[in-house]
Design a protein around this ligand. Structure first.
Ligand code: DP6
Length: 364
């Protein structure tokens, strides 16, 4: 599909109001998106597990405006409080999606949103929040264009979410979602995420992700700033082609259930991501000493027990522990005995792969 295919037909908007409520999950990339081109086009394809417990719940009320404007007006309530500091990001999002949702400028939106995880936990909320808001917008569009199919709905929700935050396009469906073109992914697109259609071994069913909260403060460099540092990065090309290759290997691993191979790809992707940050100009570090201490402990545990526990990292200091459901008791014991000491206030979040976003209600 082309971007033009997401522009709806011109219609006279007769509906005066409506509301929609969606819950969208966070996701954790196994092969990372790092670096992008104009228009939120990823420099390499990525693949993620959709999560389940970590999510954003958003309700949006749409009311027809008396005067027309260039972009929709909105109020935003985050966890019960007005947050004007979130407005610039949402305004940019509306400006970007308006060519594809021109009906929106006739409306005022009251957006009320909350996360299942603490906002200051260092867990990126942009993926789940942009996906939830996009699903609410599309729910209203479905009222105006009732002939929209379910497939078209999901595809466009992911397309809009991408314009808010790249990784958000992988937070609509589950349990595995790819984004970006790759020779082994039929139907893969740079414009939206696609539920992974390849064959997946049973060992990856309800795969666990326990998120160790190492540092809950604000990041020193945002992901968006990090992506833009990839533009003149000396190693950019050396990063983009291994990412393609890692995805090729991961596709085989998802099929054959080789957990040793899985750990190798996923950990190498996480460390490559942080290596890119450490070699950007200006260079920076998002890992903390406790991040490294946890990684060393994980390797020791894997060596000593043979348990297929591995880690990945987002653009931050927190550590995601990935493991099959069958290893849960042993790994949770290991976390309690040895890793909790490295977590801020001893906090961690138990999550697992999930099925994607869920509609919680709508009305006109
Ligand atoms: C490290 O999607 O947060 O989590 O598109 O600028 O909003 P923007 O960036 P964002 O980048 C996330 C990058 C990552 C890896 C990944 O999720 O693939």
């Amino acid at each position: 599909m082309l971007v033009q295919d997401f522009i709806p037909a011109d219609i006279e908007v007769k509906t005066d109001q409506g509301s929609a409520s969606w819950r969208a999950p966070s996701n954790i990339a196994l092969v990372k998106y790092w670096g992008k081109y104009e228009g939120q086009i990823p420099a390499n394809p990525s693949l993620s597990f959709t999560l389940s417990a970590s999510h954003t719940h958003t309700t949006t009320h749409f009311k027809k405006r008396t005067e027309q404007g260039e972009i929709p007006t909105f109020d935003l309530i985050f966890e019960g409080k007005s947050r004007p500091d979130f407005h610039p990001k949402i305004s940019t999002y509306f400006e970007r999606i308006l060519p594809y949702t021109p009906w929106l400028k006739d409306f005022h939106l009251e957006i009320s949103t909350e996360n299942s995880f603490p906002h200051s936990s260092g867990i990126a909320s942009s993926a789940s929040s942009m996906a939830a808001l996009s699903l609410c917008v599309l729910e209203m569009e479905r009222v105006l264009y009732p002939s929209m199919t379910d497939d078209a709905f999901l595809r466009k929700a992911s397309f809009l979410a991408r314009l808010g935050s790249g990784s958000a396009c992988r937070s609509v469906e589950g349990p595995l979602v790819s984004w970006g073109r790759h020779e082994k992914l039929s139907g893969g697109s740079d414009l939206y995420g696609t539920a992974y259609g390849g064959s997946v071994h049973d060992v990856f069913r309800e795969y666990r992700d326990t998120i160790l909260l190492v540092h809950k403060g604000q990041k020193t460099v945002s992901s968006t700033a990090g992506h833009s540092l990839m533009k003149d990065h000396h190693y950019a090309r050396q990063r983009f082609s291994p990412a393609h290759l890692n995805l090729t290997h991961l596709i085989d691993i998802l099929k054959n259930g080789d957990l040793e191979g899985f750990a190798q790809i996923v950990e190498s992707e996480a460390l490559s991501l942080h290596a890119m940050m450490m070699t950007s100009i200006p260079y920076y570090l998002l890992m903390k000493p406790n991040t490294l201490a946890i990684i060393e402990k994980i390797w020791e545990f894997r060596r000593d027990t043979g348990e297929p526990l591995c880690f990945t990292l987002d653009a931050g200091a927190n550590v995601h522990l990935l493991y099959p459901a069958s290893g849960e008791d042993k790994v949770l014991q290991f976390i309690k005995n040895e890793l909790v000491a490295y977590c801020e206030k001893g906090q961690y979040i138990c999550d697992q792969s999930g099925q994607g976003a869920k509609k919680l209600g709508s009305a006109v």
